[in-house]
Design a binder for this molecule. Sequence first.
Ligand code: CAA
Length: 296
Amino acid sequence: MTQPENYPIAKSQDHAIGVVGAGQMGHGIAHVMLRAGHAVMLLDTSQALVDAGAKRIIKGLARDVEKERMTEEQRQQAVTRLKTTTALADLGAADFIIEAVTEKFDVKAYVFRSLEPHCPPETIFASNTSSISITRLAAATQRPGKFIGLHFFNPVPVMKLVEVVPGLQTAPETVEKAISLATSVGKTAVRVNDFPGFVSNRVLMPMINEAVFCLMEGVADAAGIDNVMKLGMNHPMGPLELADLIGLDVCMDILKVLYESLRDPKYRPCPLLEKMVAAGWLGCKAGRGFYEYPKK
Ligand code: CAA
């Protein structure tokens, strides 16, 4: 059995992790937590959403056995450590709560404010935001010292990085615990200061946006643009394929945060990107973005 360095196998961790949001990022985060031996309480707004997330996690764990990243016994233990809920109060026993909901400040702040009465003061709140100010989100809670950004990458089970983003108020001990949690699931934690888009999206989104401008202006077609970046720069995916994977709505939201926070026109979302979001062509999840994706 192989045990690659980035897939630590269940080794009885102490942490109970709450994950809010069972979508693309939330279910991926829950998957890597379970795989590393943590217990997970997965929450979303409806039973159908948590069930869909749990189904993807269970499929992912089965794949881990198939690929010899864990044994069948470890998979069974991981499945028993997964609990799902739609009630915020069920997150009260978690040591760490990781939020992975829509990339909107108001929605995230609402989630944290609603969680507050159910959680003891020592519980750490973490946001998987891709661009929103951690300092501002922390200030919306009663525990700014126990608040931090933990930014995972899509697909979470595969990508090795977690950006660990302390806000201005985050206590050093919270930073240490966040780095230790990220490391416990086999990720490399890179500490990044709280600026719009952190490092990842400050660099990535202008590239994606520029690729959309190239498409809009007819510099090349979508496949041509992606091939230039794949074959010429050795990127694993072209920027338009990657935008489809991330979600065009998410890319637009991040660009808006960059544009509004840094007040620099270089971050303005390309009109073609805005038009595609308006049409509901959001990428892989919608079956259509820069490319078409047959329903599975
Ligand atoms: N979800 C889950 N797992 C996936 C996946 C997906 N969407 N796509 C691929 N994988 C898994 C495959 O199942 C495979 O796993 P196994 O070992 O179990 O077989 C593994 O990844 C490798 O896949 P493939 O061999 O099929 O394909 P590949 O070698 O071409 O790799 C890729 C696929 C990992 C997605 C690669 O193309 C890649 O690294 N792309 C860039 C992804 C990227 O940049 N992500 C960051 C986006 S930005 C972000 O997330 C943050 C933000 O704030 C916006």
